[in-house]
Design a protein around this ligand. Structure first.
Ligand code: GLU
Length: 494
């Protein structure tokens, strides 16, 4: 069998972790098979909530992630169009087919009547919910007449009562659902002629020859209904695999309360797509013991439905941060600099107007990458960490300069030594040379290395916690470094 699967989002919100995980699993499953095909289909049947900006967000997200579909609204395919609002006439035809076969019926209930039923049930504390099947038994000839006379109607599925629907889920096994407990006769075609999700989804999965439906577990309750429809049409249903939920650390469904969930937010924060993909691919799936880092290709080679876990997946922001750090460290200085550049421009690192860097600034920026790379978690941390290389840092208060067990007089003395050795340090060809030089100086002058470095660091970078000192001195150069030390000394000597 040639696998064909799909990601079928409704463009009613931003792409989030749950969505991209569904897409990624479908992508990997199709890629894991010979000639498998992964489709994108836009399920924009909810006309009031679907918006173009969300479609754009979908395209932007996946192009950033580097996940491509084989067929879809933007690249076409043999089953086009892949946008449900462009397929309306098709659904009408299939709704008619179900009417003709007696598996669906016209419902003339007004929204007002449906609301009244709901209120009555509420008042009498009834356990019943959903449609009360009021129009189910209207004689079909009479219904046709009413429709022809212009009375508005919806088309509802006639759920066969008193039976059960059984289907198999790859992860959850055989599932049996009493039809009486299935959503009572859901609407398939709305009165404006637009389909609901259920009709459009089933018709399209069939017409697009989808073999496997991998989707979030929240859709499980719709599946019996879909299976009833496949049978009513006389079609073979695809194979189902409902993916485990994604939870926060507190066991509740992952949501904004836990932190960022939209991919846009992760992107702005300075996550790398590789880190997100790698982490999300492991959310609810286990690959190899002891291996954490996988490229998209490696994931595709290893993916099977058997590797999916039944238990809900817990989203661990710390682990995702760890992945981000790992992927940051795999970048060359040039790559990392170009990834961080937009954040630096936005933070107005190179000028107060937010200009692009000059050639010289660009060179310093690239050379500063080794100073921050080792400890970096997010790309957007970079501008703040290295701002002192581009702008004069504010000189901190005297206490900041004073090493433990020292006083101000001693600190001034230490910084004076710092000034004397700064040129040599700035001109040392590498860290090792600078280190052995400063060590020898500390010994000669009978001061502790740590004590000598602390005030020097604060004078050069404006902070006790900073990227490595020797590299900073080298990048600033002897003149600028000495100037900063002099300014600091002046402040300490007041
Ligand atoms: N349009 C549904 C969604 O927004 C698709 C569910 C499915 O995959 O069948 O997730």
């Amino acid at each position: 069998m040639i696998i064909r699967d799909r990601y079928a989002p409704s463009p009613t919100g931003l792409q989030h972790i749950g969505g991209i995980r569904t897409a990624l699993f479908n992508y990997l499953f199709a890629r894991s098979a010979d000639n498998g095909k992964f489709l994108l289909r836009l399920e924009d049947t909810d006309r009031t909530r679907s918006e173009d900006c969300y479609v754009q967000n979908l395209y932007d997200t996946f192009s950033w992630l580097g996940i491509k579909w084989d067929e879809g609204p933007d690249c076409g395919g043999a089953f086009a169009p892949y946008i449900q609002s462009e397929r309306s006439s098709l659904y009408k035809k299939f709704a008619q087919e179900l009417l003709d076969k007696g598996h669906a019926y016209r419902c003339f209930c007004t929204t007002q009547r449906i609301e009244e039923v709901r209120l009555q049930r509420e008042a009498s504390h009834s356990s019943e919910s959903g449609y009360d099947r009021f129009c189910r038994n209207i004689d079909s000839n009479e219904a046709v007449k009413k429709a022809e006379a212009g009375e508005p109607y919806t088309v509802r599925l006639k759920i066969p009562l008193g039976e059960s629907t059984v289907f198999h889920d790859h992860l959850l096994g055989d599932i049996e659902w009493k039809n009486d407990d299935v959503n009572p006769d859901p609407v398939l075609l709305k009165s404006d002629g637009f389909p609901t999700y259920h009709l459009a989804n089933v018709v399209d999965d069939h017409l697009m020859e989808i073999t496997h439906v991998l989707r979030a577990q929240e859709w499980l309750a719709s599946t019996p209904l879909h299976v009833i429809m496949y049978r009513a049409f006389g079609w073979t249903p695809p194979q189902f695999c409902h993916l485990p939920m994604v939870m926060g650390q507190d066991g509740k469904k992952l949501s904004k309360r836990h932190g960022a969930t939209s991919i846009d937010e992760f992107r702005k924060q300075g996550y790398l797509p590789e880190a997100l993909i790698n982490y999300v691919a492991l959310l609810g799936a286990s690959y190899e013991e002891g291996k954490d880092i996988y490229t998209l290709e490696e994931l595709a080679q290893r993916f099977t439905l058997e590797k999916l876990n039944k238990a809900p997946a817990v989203f661990d922001y710390k682990k995702l941060e760890w992945y981000n750090g790992q992927y940051i460290r795999m970048k060359s200085d040039e790559e990392l600099a170009s990834l961080c550049l937009p954040y630096a421009i936005e933070a107005r690192l190179f000028s107060n107007k937010g200009d692009n860097p000059s050639q010289q600034q660009k060179e310093i920026f690239i050379s500063a990458m080794p100073l921050v790379k080792e400890r970096l978690v997010f790309l957007n941390e970079v501008p703040e960490k290295i701002a002192y290389l581009f702008k004069e840092p504010e000189i901190p208060e005297a206490e900041e300069f004073i090493p433990k067990k020292c006083d101000l007089a001693k600190t001034i003395e230490l910084l004076q030594i710092g000034k004397e050795i700064a040129r040599n340090l700035a001109q040392a060809s590498d860290d090792e040379k600078a280190e052995s030089f400063i060590k020898a100086e500390a010994e000669k002058r009978e001061v502790k290395l740590g004590d000598l470095m602390m005030p020097l660091r604060v004078a050069i970078t404006g902070s006790r916690v900073s990227p490595p000192l020797f590299g900073s001195l080298r990048l600033l150069g002897a003149e600028r470094s000495i100037e900063r030390i002099e300014k600091a000394l002046k402040k300490l000597q007041i």
